[in-house]
Design a protein around this ligand. Structure first.
Ligand SMILES: [Zn+2]
Length: 493
């Protein structure tokens, strides 16, 4: 969807749906044709005064706007970027429900007050783009294009914040990158296999972005025995994908690693049947990495560092050739691993990606995103991801990027005692701790990974709770959330 700013007087704003965004207690400003309807709504006591409260008005006589939605932002002091994103999402959904072809958001003077163009335009444009997202499910019917074709922000006549136009354009592109990641996440396991994921990544190459992918033969040459062990039970071959953005004269290299399990049945340690279809989402870490490169490609994110996206991708299925509980496998850095539970496979594909990245690219920092553990839902629920790492400064940079972008995280500890739990009698490491006896499944997952990053500053984001199933937010409506794209763009852009 096209998203832009318009600079015309309120009464000349031509649109199917004009949204008047105002704060509690403020009189909404409307074009003259809507004054009579506003008066009636006022006398009926229908002017909304709570966050997301709304009232639809129709014009009397000639009007450039077909209809007007009064949309209350709640109390001025509570209005932050997240609320602005949600309000924009609500507006996009309303426009779609009304089958409107165009939408214009008109923030009031008090909504604009003390906000820079970036503070206002970025969340509004993101919310519009994300709110209008609909997954096009495969169907015998022809795909119906969305009625909503364009959306925008109407610059206030007086005192439009500086940089609003650029921020709106950037926010729209960033929102599109999130929607791209959501589309990947929502695809069923047979529609998005490791090879298809590699093909999607390849489409992002061009300009300063280069693409490369190892097939299983190349992975065997690199001795990536952990990811190959996960993949051996499936007829679909695994891939190790690389997207390399090099802006030239970069001082630092940062590796962004994303788990790409395109379908996870658990392997021989089979998952229960109920809800297993959700395991299409086990590649949402990789979707976030590809989403970041989508944002780089569109210019929404302009990192000054060299950014290398690394995506280990595989299926995890039971079968006669599948890796068995107790099997010993060897990662590419020589570490031997006892596979105590074949459903803890994310860390196995990631450990080869992390060890290879560390040795080959010698990064200054690493961030990984993975739908790693169900335990993170017990610990933190669906609204916040876990951030765990070996370098407090880098962990806090990631958390604060999540705060400002709306992809929120909370730190969990990683101590030597957790790392000790991952040692095995039969190999260097085992891939799970003692389960219920020791607990802390999300921490032990990170503890396992920590052996493969050495001293490189590293933060692991466990997004198993936030990648799907989040509560509707106005800009989410079920399915994959694209969690991590905004955080990464904020952290690295
Ligand atoms: Zn698993």
């Amino acid at each position: 969807m096209r998203i832009s700013t318009k600079s015309v007087p309120l009464k000349s704003a031509r649109t199917d749906l004009l949204v008047s965004l105002f704060v509690k207690g403020e009189t909404p400003s409307v074009p003259p044709a809507f004054e009579p309807a506003l008066k009636i709504a006022k006398s009926a006591g229908d002017i909304p005064s709570t966050f997301k409260g709304s009232c639809l008005l129709y014009p009397s006589g000639r009007s450039m706007a077909k209809r007007l939605l009064l949309l209350c932002s709640g109390e001025a002091k509570k209005l932050d970027a997240e609320r602005l994103r949600r309000l924009a999402g609500v507006s996009a959904n309303k426009a779609i429900a009304l089958k409107a072809g165009s939408l214009l958001l008109h923030p009031s003077a008090r909504v604009c007050a003390k906000r820079s163009g970036e503070d206002l335009g970025l969340p509004l444009a993101q919310g519009l783009q994300m709110g209008a997202y609909r997954y096009q499910a495969p169907s015998k019917e022809k795909p119906k294009p969305l009625s909503l074709k364009e959306a925008g922000v109407l610059c206030p006549e007086k005192g439009a914040p500086k940089g609003l136009t650029a921020a709106v354009s950037r926010g729209g592109k960033l929102g599109a990158a999130v929607c791209f990641a959501r589309d990947l996440g929502n695809k069923a396991g047979n529609l998005l296999t490791p090879r298809k994921l590699a093909a999607e990544a390849k489409k992002l190459a061009g300009g300063k972005i280069r693409f490369k992918a190892f097939d299983e033969k190349q992975m065997a040459e690199k001795k990536m025995g952990a990811i190959l062990a996960v993949s051996q039970g499936s007829r679909e071959p695994a891939r190790m994908i690389f997207l390399d953005y090099n802006p030239g004269n970069a001082k630092k290299t940062i590796c962004v690693v994303g788990k790409g399990l395109t379908f996870d049945a658990g392997g021989i340690s089979l998952k229960p049947g109920a809800g297993m279809w959700d395991m299409r989402y086990d590649m949402c870490g990789s979707a976030a990495v590809l989403g970041l490169f989508h944002a780089i490609k569109s210019g929404a994110c302009k990192p000054k560092h060299r950014i290398i996206g690394v995506v280990p991708t595989s299926e995890n299925l039971p079968g006669g050739e599948a890796v068995k509980p107790g099997d010993i496998v060897r990662a590419c850095d020589g570490t031997t691993i006892e596979v105590q539970n074949t459903d803890a496979e994310g860390r196995l594909i990631l450990c080869d990606a992390l060890a290879y990245s560390k040795k080959t690219f010698k990064p200054d920092a690493i961030v990984d995103l993975a739908t790693l553990t169900g335990a993170v839902i017990i610990a933190l629920g669906h609204e916040v991801a876990a951030a765990i790492g070996n370098d407090d400064k880098w962990v806090h940079e990631a958390i604060s990027a999540g705060e400002s972008s709306g992809d929120r995280c909370w730190q969990l500890p990683l101590w030597d005692i957790h790392r000790e739990q991952m040692k095995s009698k039969f190999a260097d490491l085992k891939n799970i701790n003692q389960g219920r006896a020791e607990g802390g499944g999300s921490i032990s997952g990170a503890a396992f990974l920590s052996y493969f990053v050495g001293d490189t500053p590293w933060v692991h984001l466990d997004i198993a709770g936030t990648a799907w199933n989040q509560k509707s937010r106005g800009y989410y409506s079920g399915g994959a959330t694209g969690f991590g794209v905004r955080l990464l763009a904020d952290l690295l852009g």
